[in-house]
Every structure is written in structure tokens, then in C-alpha cells.
Ligand binder design. Structure first.
Ligand SMILES: C[S@@+](CC[C@H](N)C(=O)[O-])C[C@H]1O[C@@H](n2cnc3c(N)ncnc32)[C@H](O)[C@@H]1O
Length: 234
């Protein structure tokens, strides 16, 4: 688990010391510190949650139990809710997000009113074939985006049209047009850096009040991952 660099080893050791199940905890800690996406009592959907470090960080930011809130983690792998930093507000569902319908996702939210924060740390098992890994990463990102904002609609003349159309088909049929992210809510999507990111970025800038890209300090130097942080769904 420890990486080749001193920085990677630092985050690995810190995760062990502080009771996080993976060093990836520090990526969400940095995102949360800079963007304050998870408010006390928030309803958080964590896509690609195994082994559970983001569940821990999300729960820590819900505030005291009496504030309420919920963290639902979804992964193709079965995930046991970590005992440290998690409480009764955290639960996990084992399913493939590519096949998860919006109605099913909404049914997991409090009073079926949707989520205030959606996090996607999903990534493919890296094959080493760059174009293939990038395409799968974009498909996963597109699925997270369409779950959040609903049916992807844009003007014919939009200069990101080609990018969005290319990955739209990967989301599969879903009769529900509405997304499961509440108005004003925030979305975080992990991508492997590639030439389609500017297209996603432009689309998201129309949908959200603020969009930024972040490469957290805990990212391994060998990784091409980057996080798109979208705040304030219009
Ligand atoms: C980098 S890990 C997530 C780490 C997690 N955020 C944490 O801090 O513990 C990426 C996860 O995405 C999951 N994943 C990839 N494709 C998925 C899919 N189609 N549906 C659900 N989960 C998926 C993988 O199983 C893997 O557990």
C-alpha cells in the first residue's frame, strides 16, 4: 500500500495513525477543507466507496448525531462500514453504478428527496492501455454526472457537444429524467486526466455556479487522477 515516494509513505502512515482505512481519506479531507461541501446534517452519496475512507471523512463532517444526515456508499465490491470515524448514519450498497437507475439512487436518500453532495471516486482497474483507461474513466464520470443532474441536455451548437455525446451512450437507458442531486448541491468527480475534461468542464460550468479542478496532495506522483469539483447546482 505504501508508495514509492516520501509523500505517499507519509499519507499511508498518517492513515494508519489516524484510523483511516486508506490514504485516499486525505484527498477528501483536502477537498472538504478547501470547498466545505459537506455541511452538518448533509445527505451524501459516495460512488465507488471501497474500502471506505471517504465514508469515514464524510461521516466526520456530518456533525453530532442529533444533526442527522446520511452517508450512502455504493461499490461493486461489498464494503463493511469501517468502525472508526463512522456511526449509524453510514450504510453501503453493493451494486454497479453503471447499472444504477436514478430512481433506485433517489430511494436511498432521506425521504427520497435526493442528496446534497455526490462524490465519485470511481476508477477503472487500470489496464495500462491509456486510451482505454481514459475512456472508462470518462464513462464512470459521465454516469456520476447524469445521476446527479439528470438527463444530459445541451444546445446543438455547444462546443462540448461531441465529448458529451460520445460518453452519453455509456450511461444506458434510464427513464427518469431528473437527477438525484438537490438544487444547490455539490458534485465531485474523479477523472484520469485526458483531452475530454475541458468538454465536461464547460458542460458543468453551465449547470453549477462554480467548477474547479484539483489534484490533491495525497495523489501519488505516478497517478493521472484529477478531481472536478462542482458547487451549487443551479
Ligand atoms: C479508488 S477506489 C475508491 C476509494 C474510496 N473513495 C476510499 O476512500 O476508500 C475506486 C472504487 O471504485 C469502484 N468502482 C469502479 N467502477 C465501479 C462501478 N461501475 N460501480 C461501482 N463501483 C465502481 C471500485 O470497485 C473501487 O473500489
Amino acid at each position: 500500500m505504501s508508495g514509492a515516494t516520501g509523500t505517499a509513505d507519509f499519507f499511508y502512515r498518517e492513515a494508519l495513525r489516524l484510523g483511516y482505512v486508506a490514504r485516499s481519506a486525505f484527498k477528501l479531507i483536502q477537498i472538504q477543507k478547501q470547498h466545505k461541501l459537506i455541511a452538518p446534517g448533509a445527505a451524501v452519496l459516495d460512488l465507488g466507496c471501497a474500502p471506505g475512507a471517504w465514508l469515514q471523512v464524510a461521516c466526520q463532517n456530518l456533525g453530532p448525531l442529533e444533526k442527522g444526515g446520511l452517508v450512502v456508499g455504493v461499490d461493486v465490491k461489498k464494503v463493511k462500514v469501517p468502525s472508526a470515524h463512522c456511526d449509524s448514519r453510514v450504510r453501503t450498497v453493493c451494486t454497479d453504478v453503471m447499472a444504477l437507475m436514478k430512481q433506485q439512487a433517489r430511494a436511498m436518500s432521506p425521504q427520497e428527496r435526493g442528496f446534497s453532495v455526490i462524490l465519485s471516486d470511481m476508477c477503472p482497474v487500470v489496464s495500462g492501455i491509456t486510451t482505454r483507461d481514459e475512456a472508462i474513466s470518462c464513462e464512470l464520470g459521465m454516469r456520476a454526472l447524469s445521476l446527479a443532474v439528470g438527463k444530459i441536455k445541451f444546445k446543438e451548437s455547444a462546443d462540448y457537444r461531441e465529448t458529451m455525446e460520445r460518453f452519453q451512450s455509456s450511461t444506458g437507458p434510464d427513464p427518469d429524467e431528473d437527477g438525484v442531486l438537490r438544487r444547490g448541491g455539490s458534485l465531485v468527480i474523479k477523472f484520469l486526466e485526458n483531452e475530454d475534461i475541458p468538454g465536461f468542464n464547460k458542460f458543468c460550468k453551465e449547470k453549477f455556479k462554480k467548477v474547479s479542478l484539483l489534484r490533491p496532495k495525497a495523489t501519488r506522483s505516478s497517478s493521472r487522477e484529477i478531481y472536478m469539483i462542482c458547487e451549487g447546482l443551479r
